[in-house]
Write a protein that binds this ligand. Structure first.
Ligand SMILES: [Zn+2]
Ligand SMILES: [Zn+2]
Length: 98
């Protein structure tokens, strides 16, 4: 069984990550930074590979915001609506892409 870190090195994840970066315009949705971008999983669905998550479960954050996010969450995850409310983003606009 591959570790999670190993899964994130696979071409499937790289392709999926690229799709999310494109969807978010290659910038952090929280602060509009265009450098050191990460694609964060807002929530994980059991039994799904990292790249099998839907658009609304993935979001582009810069390294700094990603760290802030994980620190304030203490490693846990908010639900999707709460996440987007926190970021002041219209989550429904995102869902329309699917
Ligand atoms: Zn993350
Ligand atoms: Zn940021």
């Amino acid at each position: 069984m591959a570790s999670y870190a190993e899964l994130l090195t696979r071409t499937e994840w790289k392709a999926r990550r690229e799709q999310i970066l494109e969807l978010d315009g290659y910038k952090c949705v929280r602060c509009n930074n265009r450098e050191d971008l990460h694609v964060h999983h807002i929530r994980y669905e059991r039994g799904r590979m990292p790249w099998e998550h839907k658009d609304h479960d993935l979001v582009t954050l810069c390294e700094q915001c990603h760290t802030v996010w994980h620190n304030r969450k203490n490693g846990g995850y908010l639900d999707v609506e709460e996440f987007f409310r926190t970021l002041d983003i219209d989550h429904r606009a995102r869902l329309r892409h699917e």
